[in-house]
Design a protein around this ligand. Structure first.
Ligand code: AGP
Length: 609
């Protein structure tokens, strides 16, 4: 999730571009760059790291010109570096491109271009776009862009300029957001409204597969075949701070709502439809040798560890392989017994958590092969692991992890299913079924978000409870752990998670009329067991909320409230059933007048032991 901007007008473009990028830095801060056309020459300046490093470069070398494009990067392909920073140019250096999204077929396109002698400079997916535009360029930039769109697959918001077309910026949108700011004698492009509010409040929202051609005095629109289309402006009332949160009150709520898109982005590039649907992890270098492992270890901290607990159930269910899952701060001081064939899966949003890194290094030293699941390209974890699978959730600003968690689950499922396919424990038709179910999850998550008022109402009644217990079995137990952590860390409610069957072995002694119990009930084969656990806590005066499936009446007679999620495979429910718990924690924090984005005593990345 990068931020792109563009300006064409009468003013100096550089200060406008830098100022606009400042408003988009929450979208990515791995590197920044601009390309400006002045005096008939295209000048590109870029620098690794936060925007301030680019400003230092520009302070030394002023870049003049009244039209240009800019970018702030959240790396997905190619580590953060000067060479991988955007804008990317073609071999002539006359065409420059900024991009937000993922070109999924970049490897194939790159190979074809390299076979024609095109020399690539970076490891990014984006650079293929600049070279493709060049390969189609016959003097008309729009035609070259349209021809390129016919070749690229994936998600993209693009800004394109060319030295030979100094009067226009071409902007394109597919799946990644892009707005056009309509000014007086000037026009702008941006990934999000905050970047342009200082210059205009009249914006065009570019639709999917639409193209905008910005001139100084007008903006024209085309569909992706180049045919003219009409569009109208919207007047934006928001202030900049609200706009950075996309109109949401907090980054946490915004990131909860970003889960459907993050899940789609994380899944789509890894599912290929050949004769039947199949998983393709070639891009991360995963081959059949990995599935020959005798055992899988999974380790992580906090929320990432909870994704590991889901992983244990998933690997055992789909790949029939034994799994050892442990908290990294425990694992690093255990003297675990490794077999050279063992696989070690390490999970971390930040890729910088000290205990997690130590656990990985211990496993590596013992000869285990390491698969890292992380959200940050170029993080220490990514650099030291043997294989890296990125969650494409974009930057997660709020301390409480939400979209990184559900995309970690998506990665865990994909690896577990691929293990199953390679070990022959899953047939082709079963795989097709499972992938259909995974592909349905983003829309089902969207549906849950549409019903968030129900959870908000329940929170307004229960936020004052002093004790909250989350309980479930198997996959639901893993989500009980995550749900309790969310409520703890942002509402400061004492909340715990129990394997429901464990209740009567002690914890039930804590249950009384001041206790809220949230029972997560999606494992169909265990409904009767859960029902008796619910009756046990009800009998001690607890208030019970059940999270279960749409149309499920099994628990209606025993519960104080039911939140229903769409039906899916019992093994995949964690991606859905965690969302009402994220929302519940958020609304309880709001009811208590707390800031959900910056909970006390916590940091987004724990880089010390
Ligand atoms: C989760 O909401 C917390 N921020 C925390 O438990 C976090 O999951 C843990 O510190 C691990 O962080 P990581 O995923 O960046 O390694």
């Amino acid at each position: 999730m990068c931020g792109i901007v563009g300006y064409i007008g009468e003013e100096e473009a550089t200060p406008v571009l830098v100022n606009a990028l400042k408003k988009l830095e929450y979208r990515g801060y791995d590197s920044a760059g601009i390309a400006v056309l002045g005096g008939g020459k295209l000048v590109v300046k870029k620098a690794k790291g936060a925007l301030k490093f680019l400003e230092e470069v520009l302070a030394k070398e002023t870049v003049r010109g009244s039209m240009g494009i800019g970018h702030t990067r959240w790396a997905t392909h190619g580590e953060p570096s000067d060479i991988n920073s955007h804008p990317h140019t073609d071999v002539s250096g006359k065409i420059a491109v900024v991009h937000n999204g993922i070109i999924e077929n970049h490897a194939k396109l790159r190979a074809a271009l390299e076979a024609k002698g095109v020399a690539f400079r970076s490891q990014t997916d984006t650079e293929v776009v600049a070279h493709l535009i060049n390969s189609h360029y016959q003097g008309n930039l729009l035609d070259a862009v349209v021809a390129t769109l016919a070749q690229i697959e994936g998600s993209y918001a693009l800004g394109v300029i060319s030295e030979d077309n100094p009067d226009q910026i071409i902007a394109v949108r597919k799946d990644s957001p892009l707005v056009i700011g309509a000014g007086k004698g000037e026009n702008l492009i941006a990934s999000d409204v905050p970047a342009i509010l200082e210059y205009t409040r009249d914006v065009y929202y570019l639709g999917d597969r639409e193209i905008a051609i910005l001139y100084r005095d007008r903006v024209e629109f085309r569909d992706c075949e180049g045919k003219p289309i009409e569009k109208t402006t919207t007047h934006v009332e928001w202030d900049v701070a609200a706009a950075e949160k996309g109109g949401y009150a907090h980054f946490m709520l915004k990131e909860i709502h970003e889960q459907p898109k993050a899940l789609t982005d994380t899944l789509r590039a890894r599912v290929k439809t050949y004769a039947t649907k199949a998983i393709n992890l070639e891009e991360i270098g995963f081959d059949a040798s990995w599935a020959k492992a005798n055992r899988v270890f999974i380790s992580a901290c906090g929320t990432a560890w909870h994704a590991g607990v889901v992983g244990k159930y998933a690997f055992e269910r789909f790949a029939r392989i034994p799994v050892d899952v442990d908290i990294a701060s425990e694992f690093r001081y255990r003297d675990p017994i490794f077999d050279p064939n063992d696989i070690f899966i390490i999970i971390s949003q930040s890729g910088e958590t000290a205990d997690t890194l130590a656990a990985m290094r211990l496993a590596k030293k013992a000869g285990a092969r390491i698969i890292a699941i992380t959200n940050v390209v170029g993080s220490t974890l990514a650099r030291e692991a043997d294989l890296v699978m990125y969650t494409w959730a974009g930057p997660e600003i709020a301390v409480a992890s939400t979209k990184a968690f559900t995309t970690q689950l998506m990665c865990v499922y994909l690896i577990a299913l691929q293990f199953g396919a390679l070990r022959g424990t899953i047939s082709e038709s079963e795989m097709g079924q499972y992938l259909d179910e995974l592909e349905a999850l983003p829309a089902q998550a969207e549906k849950i978000l549409e019903n968030k008022e129900e959870i908000q109402r329940f929170a307004s009644l229960q936020f004052n409870k002093t004790k909250a217990f989350f309980m479930g079995r198997l996959f639901d137990y893993a989500i009980s752990l995550e749900s309790a952590l969310k409520l703890k860390e942002i509402s400061y409610t004492h909340s715990e998670a129990f394997a429901a069957g464990e209740l009567k072995h002690g914890p039930i002694a804590l249950v009384d009329k001041d206790t809220l119990v949230v029972a997560i009930c999606t494992q169909r084969a265990l409904f009767d067991k859960m029902d008796s656990n619910i009756k046990e806590v009800k009998a001690r005066g607890a208030t019970v909320l059940v999270i279960t499936y749409e149309g499920e009446t099994y628990f209606d007679s025993t519960t104080n409230g039911t939140f229903r999620i769409p039906r899916t495979n019992d093994a995949f429910t964690p991606i859905l059933s965690v969302i009402p718990s994220q929302l519940f924690a958020y609304y309880c924090a709001i009811q208590r007048g707390l800031d959900p984005d910056k909970p006390r005593n916590l940091a987004k990345s724990v880089t010390v032991e």
